[in-house]
Design a protein around this ligand. Structure first.
Ligand SMILES: [Zn+2]
Length: 303
């Protein structure tokens, strides 16, 4: 029996939906619709320092105004922390407490003659230095050949990453209680039965970590399609931090000002009918779903 496609859009409520996040929402929505699948909405509100009160409500309203209806109940990650705690307990054999600050990590890499201060040098792998308190909990990545991960992205093709060389032992939970994105996303995707992930290419680099977590937790690995991300003139990914503006003022022409440009960014060829301002949103979506299936390869085995 064919498996029902189930995808999702998972925005962080750090501000209103902007053009970059609309592109990601549209891509995941169109892929779900092109596969006659379900499309879930999950608010990734675990970074309490960056959450903006009311941003979730704004994002939800903008999706509705754009004509993108999700399936089932909206979920908020902040209400699901018991699941992350369970997963952390399950990973216990591969998790260690780490006392390192950002600066200490950068310093010890410098001493070791390593340049990239992003990669954890393994200081607390075999126990924290005496007298130090845990600042975070990290997942030990495999050594040697076992650290090499590969997966097939539906658009970008085969991707390779050596978790030991390129990433290092990564944080699952901070001592202040913040759950890391990598753990939460893996737990939630599996708990919600998500089997097809469509998201921005900035997350290509996170995928191997997530596949490793899926393997350790005995969870299935979904299919992956990463779409190009929208960048500003400085080449930075559009985000609230890089000055992205909301496209939905509440009473503007979303078809002309947001949906058609987003479809164009995704390389969708729409007929002149969908470009006509007087047309309804539903016509746009009908055509965009067809254009999507012509432009992007479908999930093998789904539908
Ligand atoms: Zn450490």
């Amino acid at each position: 029996m064919p498996i029902t496609y189930r995808g999702r859009f998972a925005p962080s409520p750090t501000g209103p939906l902007h053009f970059g996040s609309l592109v990601a929402a549209m891509a995941s929505y169109l892929d779900a619709k092109a596969h006659h699948g379900e499309w879930l909405l999950r608010i990734e509100d675990l970074d309490f320092d960056r959450n903006v009160p009311g941003a979730d409500t704004d994002i939800i309203a903008s999706l509705q105004r754009c004509g993108m209806q999700w399936d089932g109940q909206i979920t908020w990650q902040s209400q699901r922390t018991a699941l992350y705690q369970q997963a952390l307990a399950k990973l216990q054999a591969n998790v260690f407490a780490c006392s390192c600050s950002r600066k200490e990590i950068a310093d010890s890499r410098l001493r070791a003659g390593l340049e990239d201060s992003q990669i954890y040098p393994g200081t607390c792998r075999n126990g924290m230095p005496e007298g130090k308190a845990a600042r975070s909990f990290r997942l030990r990545v495999p050594d040697g050949d076992a650290a090499r991960f590969h997966f097939d992205d539906r658009l970008f093709g085969t991707q390779n990453q050596d978790l030991s060389r390129d990433v290092g032992d990564f944080v699952l939970k901070r001592a202040d209680g913040f759950w890391a994105y990598q753990l939460a996303v893996v737990v939630d995707d599996a708990a919600q039965g998500i089997n097809a992930i469509v998201r921005g290419a900035d997350l290509l680099d996170s995928t191997a970590r997530q596949i490793y977590l899926q393997q350790l937790l005995g969870l299935p690995t979904p299919s992956y399609l990463h779409v190009p991300v929208v960048v500003n003139q400085a080449g930075e990914k559009l985000s609230k931090q890089t000055g992205a503006l909301a496209f939905d003022s509440g009473n503007n022409n979303l078809l002309k000002e947001a949906l058609l440009p987003a479809a164009q960014f995704l390389g969708l060829q729409l007929s002149s009918k969908a470009n006509n301002e007087s047309n309804e949103l539903s016509r746009f979506w009908q055509e965009a779903i067809i254009a999507w299936s012509l432009r992007y390869p479908s999930v093998t085995g789904a539908c």
